[in-house]
Design a protein around this ligand. Sequence first.
Ligand code: MLT
Length: 401
Amino acid sequence: MTPEIDLPVYPDECDAFGHLNQASFLALFERARWEMLMRGPGMDVFSRAGAWPAVRKTVIDYHAAAFPGDVLRFQQSLTHLGRTSFVMRQTARRVKDDVLIATAEFVFVCIDRAGKPIPVPSEFSGFMGARGSRPDDARRFTVNGVNLAVEVRGEGPAVLFVHGYPLDRSIWSHQIAALDGFRRIAPDLRGMGASDAPDLGYSMETYAADLAALLDALGVDEIVLCGLSMGGYIAFEFLRRWRRRVRGLVLMDTRAEADSAEGRRGRDAAAADGRERGAEAIAEAMLPRILGSTTRSGASLTVERVRAMMASTPVAGIVGALTAMRDRPDSTPLLPTLAGLPTLVMVGEEDVLTPPASARAMAEAIPGARLVMVPGAGHLSPVERPVETTRALLEFLRSLQ
Ligand code: MLT
């Protein structure tokens, strides 16, 4: 936990109406960050590593006014850690009544004296907490205007794993470790995991184009495409545009229909919640629905792992994915056209987000598709029932050879 920093509001920081003014808000957020470092690894934690944290973007949401004499409590967390960049979220609450005054998100890039990006000092990321400092065995590729973190393992026919929302490539860790004999490729989608999180430009088309460009960069032409949930929505888009490149399809815990009108309103409400209260709030709201009841009642380590994964997703990536999902087209007309493409549909028996009934209907609409139910799993079969999921995948992959 980083320390909470209390700072008073002085009269000379307020405007003619007596409110804390915007420039002073920025200054207070900045002062809180340096105070936090002073009480932790030292204000020179960056300069000791020859780095300077340069702010590249700031988004502040003002929730309530603050006045002279108020004392504001600042909390800061690292919500995204890239190789040379990081995102810090700060909140300011009034101490006397705990009212939320403002939230802010700052995107930093660490640069050297020549202005060249250099790695974020590990002492800083360590101080900010384990969530931001997971060891990163990813390779990085800049494709389609965005820098993506990608895990690539093994040799053989290529399998592209596409994760869902608001998750990252680590949902595939068992499959990546275990599927010997295949070239396993698992990217973090833009806006999630250790990939860049631009502010705008999210759509199923963009995600699919990122993946096609990534395969080009890796020199991979043909793949078995395996998408979980939103990863399935992206797979449909990929198929519409690059069907020739797909020699097998796995649709896991996903569905083909577009959002209903109510579902679309829910996406907008979730985006507003994410903007206002951050990724932690999204994680709290999703946790009971994303995991099956068996996992929730008996696998606390998995629950904590999934909570941390969701809570560390950048807000820009959350809002972007919600917009992309809200606006995605109905893919049910695509299903009958997939005749001839070997397809495996998998679903957790306890999945309430994309329930077994939708999976069954989807499998029935794709000529020749097989359906596998995963007992004891909710919406995240590869995480909740890794061994069973990998076994079913392996059987399918071998059947293609
Ligand atoms: C996902 O897991 O990708 C999402 O829950 C899908 C959705 O919300 O439609």
